[in-house]
Design a protein around this ligand. Structure first.
Ligand SMILES: O=C(O)CCC(=O)C(=O)O
Length: 473
């Protein structure tokens, strides 16, 4: 009774007992009510908590929209960007004619089995990882395929993660001749690892860390993330099926601003601390798009989640800064690239500058003379407008791009000189790692281990170039 009266506001009490305006004449019980009205907010919270724990919560649902699909060859490159430059889209059968489509896992093993990859385990309870992986470690591709794909070992399937180690040039240079870039994305600006001078005096932008190879058994997956550089992404699937869930930038910036909103954000690691229902405890929860907890992350119900399966022989395009997660619906391998085709320049400039240049978005322009020290939107725009490299990419695009091999993309005349340049690049990395062993004081001699892995890679890469530049066996 007494507690209930504490729920009246001061005004309503005074209203009921309007004649008592002077504290001196105020009845004793009313004085207690007023004093206790300090507890009012607490009482409201307690009631709220009681209701929350007693009544079932309203079921919320994801707003799933199918990813549009177009048949290969149905649109010119200009039509493609006019209609889909801003949308996720699957191009059905777009890479079916590539030699890689015929390889299967056995063919991949034969061609690239000696390549070394970085593997890791996906784990939904990992807190601080982009793809939520743990227990990283190198493996030969042939062992990976035997154990987790053709052999189907039971137990934890390992999934490849995006690092230099899973880059196509380092893992299997020979594969570049099997996986050309589709024409819609073959005239584009891409971050490069270094500028190399060749013996004919030409300069080349060497790409050693992309494309990346993703390979994994059915059931392996990655969770929602936004790629570094905030540029468009494309992936060609050569075996199996991969299901994508993507969230457009326009939706995520409004309802899930934690991926881009804060300067120097750690946008890929989003978690909330929540109070669980009875027995009340605080729990850390991470957004898990494949099985989302929509009570904890109700904002996810407000965005469009595009979903679609990319079959072997198809490829998928994602516009700049699209949030995405990938689930391997079947055993699969695929090749992916982050790059910036000319029709997406202006959207990229807006996103990069409006988000205070987060996620290394200006790094895509690193090494381009006209693009040093980018600090403003105007500077970013001007650098794209003034750069000779960008002009040449724009010219190629305007003339109508064609499918291109990676070595052409990096302006090498053929596979061999390109492969030699990758070999020289890995040799530099190897020298760096072996130098580090001199100062390595870590427990298990980590640098030494890394050096051994790098040596394997060096042997494999250089051995793949027909000329074998360092005479390695
Ligand atoms: O295929 C996958 O599992 C992940 C690919 C991906 O999301 C990426 O490269 O950003």
């Amino acid at each position: 009774m007494y507690r209930a009266s504490a729920l009246f506001t001061e005004r309503s009490v005074d209203g009921r007992r309007g004649r008592y305006t002077n504290d001196k004449y105020r009845p004793h019980y009313l004085w207690r009510v007023r004093r206790n009205s300090r507890w009012l907010p607490l009482a409201i919270c307690a009631l709220g908590l009681l209701l929350w724990t007693t009544f079932p919560t309203v079921t919320k649902e994801l707003n799933i929209v199918p990813i549009p699909r177009i048949p290969a060859g149905s649109l010119s490159v200009q039509e493609f960007y006019e209609q889909y430059g801003d949308r996720t889209v699957i191009i059905e059968g777009g890479v079916r004619h590539h030699p890689a489509f015929q390889l299967g896992f056995e063919g991949l093993k034969e061609l690239c089995g000696g390549g070394t990859l970085d593997t890791a385990l996906y784990s939904s309870d990992m807190e601080d990882e982009v793809l939520r992986v743990r227990d990283r470690g190198p493996m030969f591709l042939r062992d990976y395929i035997d154990q987790y794909l053709t052999g189907h070992t039971k137990g934890d399937p390992r999934v490849l993660v995006s690092t230099l180690a899973s880059s196509l040039p380092v893992m299997c240079p020979a594969l570049e001749l099997q996986t050309p870039f589709p024409s819609y994305v073959s005239s584009a600006l891409q971050g490069f690892d270094e500028v190399r001078n060749s013996s004919d005096g030409k300069q080349h932008r060497l790409l050693a860390s992309q494309p990346e190879i993703f390979i994994g058994p059915q059931g392996t997956k990655s969770t929602t993330h936004m790629d570094n550089f905030l540029v468009p992404f494309w992936m060609a699937v050569y075996a199996g099926k991969k299901t994508f869930r993507t969230i457009p930038y326009e939706d995520s910036i409004k309802h899930m601003p934690y991926y881009t909103g804060v300067r120097n954000a750690q946008p890929n690691r989003y978690k909330k601390t929540v109070l669980s229902k009875w027995p009340w405890t605080f729990q850390k929860k991470q957004l898990e798009i494949w099985d989302p907890d929509l009570e904890t992350f109700p904002e996810v119900t407000k965005v469009r989640v595009y979903e679609g399966t990319v079959n072997a022989g198809d490829w998928i395009y994602l516009p700049p800064a699209t949030l995405h997660a990938v689930y391997n619906t079947e055993d699969t391998w695929a090749v992916s690239v982050n790059s910036l085709p000319p029709p997406t320049f202006s959207k990229f400039v807006d996103i990069c500058a409006d988000n205070h240049f987060i996620m290394g978005c200006t790094r895509i322009l690193e090494g381009i003379e006209e693009c040093n020290d980018l600090q403003t939107k105007e500077g970013l725009k001007n650098c794209l407008a003034d750069s000779d490299l960008v002009h040449s990419i724009q010219k190629e695009y305007d003339e109508g791009p064609r499918e291109k091999y990676l070595h052409e993309y990096a302006s090498y005349d053929g596979f061999e000189p390109w492969c030699e340049a990758v070999c020289a690049h890995v040799n530099d990395l190897y020298s760096l790692t072996s130098f580090r062993t001199v100062f390595d004081t870590s427990k298990g001699g980590k640098a030494k281990e890394e050096m051994e892995v790098m040596k394997q890679k060096l042997r494999h890469v250089c051995g793949s170039c027909n000329s074998n530049p360092f005479g390695l066996t």
